[in-house]
Design a protein around this ligand. Sequence first.
Ligand SMILES: *Cc1c(COP(=O)(O)O)cnc(C)c1O
Length: 217
Amino acid sequence: MGLQDIQQRVTQAEKDAGRAVGSVKLIAVSKIQPDARVQAVLEQGHRCFGENRVQEAAGKWPGFRDTFEDIDLHLIGPLQTNKARQAFELFQSIHALDRPKLAKTFARLAQETGHCPQLFIQVNTGEEPQKAGVLPADSDAFINACRAMDLPVVGVMSIPPADEEAALHFALLAKIAARNGLKGLSMGMSGDFEKAIALGATHIRVGSAIFGDRVVA
Ligand SMILES: *Cc1c(COP(=O)(O)O)cnc(C)c1O
């Protein structure tokens, strides 16, 4: 456990999969973690982080950005349309583009601000009613619609069902990316990131294995 241990495991998984060392981006998921733990990881030189709530990120990251340069922040949780503007200001990447209304809002904000975060389209590979994401059958059409709006779609993202074999979902997501010519594959968390790397993940989202359990005070 801890950053160094996870970095070593990522490197080993890259080698085992015959992939270039450094080809997988490790997103340290800092949601709910105490600031001291996040600061410790920043002091070890890590700069890529993930948050799942705009509000929480807005309270935490401007302060860290005063102290640490080049922080690369990823939004990995669902985004309400009315928080899109704030998300544009805070995040370099958004992994939760999952509906036409949000795509339209992004397109408008991109026009207005002259910039847009890198976008991952979330796919609900397990077709779970409570989970965000477009259904696999709708994913090609949605990706095309986003591209038609000139949005910078770089990849797809998924959170497999907790009680199913993650590898099946990673393989499905990789297939959707490949047939749409997308390079980015955001998949794999603390319990299964090595499997995700074996199946082509370019971005893994690892929280508790780096920071320890999320303790809700
Ligand atoms: C919290 C979260 C993670 C990290 O989960 P861990 O099991 O702590 O690694 C990854 N992805 C998403 C979307 C999350 O919300």
